[in-house]
Design a protein around this ligand. Structure first.
Ligand code: NAP
Length: 639
């Protein structure tokens, strides 16, 4: 996959241009064209999206406004074709004007530097501003990055840019993390790819709006290759344990290769980029080992099991199951889906759609469109959706929705259920009895609903009491016979960094300290564990607003700046102060209590065994970006 491609000069006729423009999203299209032509007068006030109607896919633009934007865009592209004159990158004032057009009005100035980074019009805006040779040329400092998935790749890339010595180890025999491990049929990303990609490594080669697993894997592999990371990789190697050596001020690390060979290494700092969603969770159901047929977990899909003509059971209806259930139904003779808690399904007609040829044309000739569309997604559906999750304490009934805005979303979703599930009995089973955004929302373009409506598919909502030799028994005693059971039962998300045994200052055991309730300052650092930096750590997951890649880029910035702090101070270790850590976590907990996912009693993988929301970040994307700009030395004990 080519990253950051140059634009291809336009040579097509007017009709091709007109056809292409029709498939682009109007507001980001106009912003992109105004930027590449330098004609900011195209951003007319009467063509601005409506900031109060950002849930609408066009941002509340009327059909007449959309038609006018398309007319203006076609004329400007024809001029661009004929003149070939592309404008220089916009100056700060012009950039602010472009951003304000897209946002439909004034933007809080605090956002502008963040949005500029996200846009990355001039290239990588987040690369380190320093290099080791200027800061500590004579100092050896070695970092071990654990995990070569999405987070590990960006961390290693930034270390390389800063001239820091590093090695990446991964238990898998390939890079890509979750996008290598999850190979179930139908696996695809559920954040649009122009946002679910690194800000500094854009491509116009996404075949779909929401690409499939093989494409995502190819993207991350292309990034690892393009960033020159392959020589630094030790694949098929798992970190078993690590101990902080206070005298030597470094980590001693034990590794185990896939062939069982054990070895050790040392690092001045460790970056854990092991992800949260990679250790399959098998449900705690009696008799799970009794089943005589085939069974496997979605994250370890057994492609050797042919489902054709089989009676198949799927346990779970989360984001993974909703993606593979339609494929299983197509192959199996009969499918029974065991649903414990229905997810809220959100309509998205582009969810499985390929990028149309016209839009592909726009992306090839005006690659900046992808960047403006990225910003559009960021502003409209990520930062813009967060208020819909905030609890209004006065609002009743809270088990239906948590605020007037949240209720509006509920009604919007419910209307889709009425369209797609005409059968009232089935509809009663699939409409959730908890507020939207209290659990992860699952996208559907109608395919999942249609699958549940099939004659050869049963949705069973009875509680599973036992797995027997021949099938599954539910409350009431009924037993259904199956040839195959597929577990779409999620991951051991709360067991951060498991099963690694990490021992910090004085032999403090990380998992004992956490006792099933993982916490970290900024999701990144933990008292008593100096020079250990976590990515996708506690409370850095988002429910609706944003992409994990955004968080990984912020975390990487903080970690690389922390290493600079160490080198600048000629220190060998930094350990987060416990009062700073505790105060921060109180603030996080208060934030989560006021969000739909914290206030609702519904079960979800966001809550740990103690009922605390250990996964989610409850504040804005801007807030996390601001907090991870620069480490504050006062937050640390430096040695
Ligand atoms: P999940 O959301 O944790 O879903 C697990 C499912 O299994 C739930 O429906 C759960 O029911 C059910 N379950 C668990 N134990 C059960 C039991 N004993 N009996 C009956 N049902 C049981 O896991 P996931 O679907 O793998 O998704 C996890 C996360 O991965 C997602 O939320 C998302 O963040 C990420 N993901 C993303 C994508 C994407 O980008 N496209 C795709 C897949 C996953 P309850 O709801 O009642 O607990």
């Amino acid at each position: 996959m080519r990253l950051n491609p140059d634009p291809i000069a336009i040579t097509d006729d007017d009709a091709t241009i007109r056809n292409a423009v029709a498939s682009a999203v109007p507001a980001p299209l106009l912003a992109a064209i105004a930027q590449v032509t330098g004609r900011l007068e195209l951003l007319r006030d009467d063509l601005r999206p409506d900031p109060s109607n950002m849930l609408d896919p066009t941002g509340g633009l009327s059909p007449a406004q959309v038609a006018e934007i398309q007319r203006v865009a076609v004329d400007a592209l024809i001029d661009l074709r004929d003149s070939g004159a592309r404008a220089a990158l916009p100056e700060a004032a012009d950039l602010a004007r472009l951003i304000e057009y897209l946002a439909g009005g004034t933007v809080d100035p605090a956002y502008v530097p963040l949005l500029r980074e996200e846009l990355a019009l001039g290239g990588d805006e987040r690369s380190p501003s320093w290099h080791r040779r200027e800061v500590a040329a004579d100092r050896d400092f070695r970092v071990l990055v654990v995990g070569a998935g999405m987070s590990g790749i960006v961390a290693a890339h930034r270390l390389q840019q800063a001239g820091i010595d590093f090695e990446i180890v991964d238990k898998n025999t390939e890079v890509g993390g979750t996008w290598w491990e999850n190979r179930y049929p139908g696996c695809r990303v559920d954040i649009p790819n122009h946002f679910y990609s690194y800000s500094f490594a854009q491509t116009n080669e996404w075949p779909s709006y929401f690409s499939t697993q093989p494409v995502l894997f190819e993207y991350f592999r292309s990034c690892a290759e393009a960033f020159g990371l392959m020589p630094h990789l030790r694949l098929g190697t798992e970190v078993v344990g690590a101990q902080w050596d206070a005298d030597a001020q470094r980590w001693n690390v034990q590794l185990r290769a896939v062939d069982g060979t054990e070895s050790t290494t040392m690092a001045n700092a460790i970056i854990s980029a092991v992800g949260q969603l990679n250790r399959p969770k098998w449900p705690d159901i009696d008799g799970i080992d009794q089943f005589a047929g085939e069974s496997f977990h979605s994250a370890r899909w057994d492609h050797d099991v042919d489902l054709t003509g089989k009676r198949v059971a799927v346990i779970g209806t989360g984001a993974s199951a909703a993606q593979f259930i339609p494929h299983v139904a197509d192959a199996a003779e009969h499918l029974t889906v065991f649903q414990r808690t229905p997810p809220w399904l959100a309509p998205n007609e582009n969810y499985q759609a390929e990028i149309p040829e016209g839009l592909g044309w726009v992306l090839r000739h005006v690659p900046e469109y992808a960047r403006w569309e990225r910003l559009w997604i960021f502003w409209r559906t990520h930062e813009g959706l967060l208020p819909a999750a905030v609890v209004d304490p006065e609002w009743q009934p809270q088990d239906r929705s948590v605020s007037a805005l949240n209720d509006m979303i509920r009604m919007f979703f419910e209307s889709m259920y009425e369209t797609f599930v005409p059968d009232e009995e089935l509809r009663a089973k699939v409409v959730p009895q908890y507020p939207p955004i209290a659990k992860r929302i699952v996208f559907d373009n109608g395919v999942y609903f249609q699958t549940l409506c099939r004659d050869d598919v049963e949705l069973c909502t009875e509680t599973i009491t036992e797995i027997c030799e021949k099938g599954i028994r539910t409350a009431g005693g009924a037993e259904r016979a199956f040839d195959v059971i597929i577990y779409g039962t999620g991951f051991q998300a709360s067991k951060f960094l498991s099963p690694m045994k990490i021992e910090g200052v004085g032999g403090a055991d990380l998992h004992e300290r956490w006792d099933g309730d993982a916490r970290a300052y900024l999701g990144i650092v933990v008292p008593e564990f100096p020079n250990l930096f976590l990515m996708y750590g506690p409370n850095t997951n988002i429910v609706i607003n944003g992409s994990i890649i955004y968080f990984s880029e912020c975390e990487t910035n903080y970690i690389v700046e922390s290493i600079k702090l160490l080198l600048d101070a000629d220190a060998s270790s930094m350990e987060c102060r416990s009062d700073v850590h505790d105060r921060y976590n109180d603030w996080i907990d208060a934030g989560n209590r006021s969000m739909a996912w914290g206030a609702s009693s519904v079960n979800s993988w966001y809550k740990n065994q103690h009922g605390r929301v250990a996964q989610n970040w409850p504040y804005s994307l801007l807030e996390y970006w601001q907090q991870t700009r620069t480490p504050n030395p006062d937050d640390y004990i430096m040695r």
